[in-house]
Write a protein that binds this ligand. Structure first.
Ligand SMILES: Nc1ncnc2c1ncn2[C@@H]1O[C@H](COP(=O)(O)OP(=O)(O)O)[C@@H](O)[C@H]1O
Ligand SMILES: [Mg+2]
Length: 225
């Protein structure tokens, strides 16, 4: 049995602006297996975020196919995609993206609340995730009362509490200083190794890509061989 959880075949993406067509991705094929930690690297503007959005089903390719957790995303309805995002996949952005008027705890459990789960069913596992990420003492704070590194750990907690099969991360250390960035990378490695969650992380940092078990380089809209 294959343990492949993500497969992209000849994915292309073009943008049209002022009737000028720009082909950002020119035919990318890649796959991710269960429990892998894969980094996508490339220069700024090389199409990394575009690729990640297509792979996570946030945007659609102009051509080619993406199969995520056994489903061809072209035939997944918006409703089913939203359900997948609540239960099976998570996304972490460069800039925290926390809801400013909710506490850290309320942000973390938001996907569970939206999925109409009962607090008694998730209370223990959420506190275990918060301990794991070292943020249990900060749960009553609003995002603005947290440091950048803490905010990013809250975002990681929110990504983890749904027990996803894969987490997509777009420059998760991009807004952090070197030390905080390293801390987040160490946590990602721990998440991957101890919780067996597959990670697909975009970064332009060579140092951070070294935490992954496999590196894919994007150049001129193609995977560099
Ligand atoms: N919505 C969009 N409309 C038009 N062009 C876009 C859009 N999103 C990205 N691009 C262009 O696609 C290229 C790749 O962008 P992006 O995927 O964000 O690169 P990276 O994440 O590697 O920095 C850039 O030249 C960018 O200007
Ligand atoms: Mg980007």
């Amino acid at each position: 049995m294959s343990n492949r959880i993500l497969q992209a075949e000849n994915v292309k993406k073009s943008y049209v602006a002022d009737s000028l067509v720009t082909e950002v991705l020119k035919g990318v094929s890649l796959s991710v297996d269960e429990g892998e930690f894969v980094a996508i690297v490339g220069e700024s503007g090389s199409g990394k975020s575009t690729l990640l959005y297509l792979l996570a089903g946030i945007d659609k390719p102009t051509e080619g196919s993406v199969t995520l957790l056994g489903r061809n995303l072209a035939s997944v309805s918006d409703e089913d995609m939203a359900a997948m995002r609540r239960r099976e996949i998570s996304f972490v952005y460069q800039f925290d993206n926390l809801v400013p008027h909710l506490t850290a705890y309320e942000n973390i459990v938001l996907p569970l609340v939206l999925d109409k789960r009962k607090e008694k069913d998730y209370r223990d596992s959420v506190s275990e995730v918060c301990d794991f990420l070292g943020i249990s003492a900060r749960l009553n704070n609003l995002p603005k009362q947290l440091s950048g590194g803490e905010q990013q750990r809250v975002a990681l907690a929110r990504a983890l509490v749904t027990s996803p099969k894969i987490i997509f991360l777009d420059e998760p250390t991009g807004s952090l200083d070197k030390e905080r960035g390293t801390q987040v990378m160490e946590l990602l490695k721990k998440i991957n190794e101890e919780r067996k969650v597959a990670l697909l992380m975009v970064t332009h940092s060579a140092a951070h890509s070294a935490y992954a078990s496999r590196i894919i380089t994007i150049e001129d809209g193609l995977i560099k061989k």
